[in-house]
Design a protein around this ligand. Sequence first.
Ligand SMILES: *[C@@H]1O[C@H](CO)[C@@H](O)[C@H](O)[C@H]1NC(C)=O
Ligand SMILES: *[C@@H]1O[C@H](CO)[C@@H](O)[C@H](O)[C@H]1NC(C)=O
Ligand SMILES: *[C@@H]1O[C@H](CO)[C@@H](O)[C@H](O)[C@H]1NC(C)=O
Ligand SMILES: *[C@@H]1O[C@H](CO)[C@@H](O)[C@H](O)[C@H]1NC(C)=O
Ligand SMILES: *[C@@H]1O[C@H](CO)[C@@H](O)[C@H](O)[C@H]1NC(C)=O
Ligand SMILES: *[C@@H]1O[C@H](CO)[C@@H](O)[C@H](O)[C@H]1NC(C)=O
Ligand SMILES: *[C@@H]1O[C@H](CO)[C@@H](O)[C@H](O)[C@H]1NC(C)=O
Length: 394
Amino acid sequence: MSLTKYILPMLAATQLAFAAECGDTTVSSQSDADGIATCSKLKGDVTISKSYTGSLSLAGIETITGGLICEGGENVTDITATSLTSIGNAFNLEGLTRLTMLSFAQLNSVGSINWNALPKLQSLNFDAGVTDAGDVSIQNTGLTDLTGISLKTVGQFDIENNRDLKKININNLQNATDLINFAGNYDGLEIELPNLGTGTNMTFRNISSISVPSLEKLTGQLGFWGTDFQTFSAPNLTSTGDLVFNDNSQLSNISMPALTKVDGGFTIARNDKLRTIDLPKLKTVSGAIDFSGMFNTVDLADLEDVEGGFNLQSTDGTFNCTHFQSIRQTVIKGTFKCAAKTSDPTTSNGKSGTTSSTTSTSSSSTSSGAAIANGASMAVGGVAALFYALAQLV
Ligand SMILES: *[C@@H]1O[C@H](CO)[C@@H](O)[C@H](O)[C@H]1NC(C)=O
Ligand SMILES: *[C@@H]1O[C@H](CO)[C@@H](O)[C@H](O)[C@H]1NC(C)=O
Ligand SMILES: *[C@@H]1O[C@H](CO)[C@@H](O)[C@H](O)[C@H]1NC(C)=O
Ligand SMILES: *[C@@H]1O[C@H](CO)[C@@H](O)[C@H](O)[C@H]1NC(C)=O
Ligand SMILES: *[C@@H]1O[C@H](CO)[C@@H](O)[C@H](O)[C@H]1NC(C)=O
Ligand SMILES: *[C@@H]1O[C@H](CO)[C@@H](O)[C@H](O)[C@H]1NC(C)=O
Ligand SMILES: *[C@@H]1O[C@H](CO)[C@@H](O)[C@H](O)[C@H]1NC(C)=O
């Protein structure tokens, strides 16, 4: 055996070690990226300069222990990293208004994802799929689906204002440990979380279908606002924190046959097509029950304990309060109001309970019990939406 077999690679490695620092790197040109191609493990951040123009290939790198970051790189058109499997910290891309492609064939683990204002990015070439991530926030992109985001674990998962996002299926996700929030995406967005069993808070706005067949328990809020599905079905869900159905114009069927406990307040308001509220197993509500609308049947046969108030108001004449009056003393700890055939049903804080009745300004006599939290903040709306609109002009 010849010694050169050993010496040559050693020499090469020594030279390369001088050539590339393999630490924090700013990439302003493709040759900067080529300079770190020998760093299979890059210990630090890779920052793409905002003046970078055109295509970028980050070849050779397998691991970035820090972040991969580009803010304001409006002339970056695509980023390819063929061998990168993991990004230790943040994968942040913001304001890359001409970016059309992200090709990360091997990427499977990311510290966090924070993408905002990527209006031309329509799909992800993440062949292996990202299975592990901390917080994920994707806002104001052109993505039509999230294929490639195959999370098994996730921290906060916040998907907002992606106007072309039509379908999301996170098949791998079993336990969500932080807020899951969808708001202001494509109106017809369909969400499937087929294997999600446990979660904390889940809030949904402006979606057209949701499937959670395996969901058993949420420790925080479950809320729906401005959706247009007809049926919400959670066959295995036994308990949640606050539960909210507000302004869901097509909702006619809430099917939660196993629900026994709402550990918070329970609000149903302004769902004009909802005629029947039937929660046969619901025993305990630790906050208030606040149902207003146009329903004719409310069946809460097992109800044993409502720690807060009880407000039930409907336009419907066939609706009848007799049962609730009879359980009022034993079951309801807070204030009680029940009104059938009222032309202007209101929520416990005096807002109109239907979209068709004239808006009520009268204040209600009922005020005890838990107020319902408004869910995840919508604060991002204004500025991000403006940014998105501007980005569309590019
Ligand atoms: C993008 O390219 C245009 C045209 O060359 C240039 O005027 C602009 O400054 C570039 N943007 C950045 C952030 O470098
Ligand atoms: C999800 O939680 C259940 C029960 O809490 C547990 O049995 C299961 O192993 C967890 N799955 C994952 C992928 O963490
Ligand atoms: C619903 O719960 C039942 C009983 O625990 C279980 O056998 C079934 O697999 C669950 N369904 C889904 C879709 O998880
Ligand atoms: C999670 O839900 C709880 C109650 O169910 C609520 O108090 C809290 O504000 C929610 N957190 C977020 C981030 O929405
Ligand atoms: C989304 O739903 C909210 C809450 O109902 C509503 O105020 C808002 O107008 C809807 N946004 C869109 C884009 O439909
Ligand atoms: C409500 O939806 C559930 C689940 O899809 C279904 O089994 C049930 O028959 C529906 N109820 C009505 C009244 O349509
Ligand atoms: C209310 O419904 C009960 C049956 O649940 C019935 O016995 C009673 O007569 C009804 N009361 C009115 C005022 O319609």
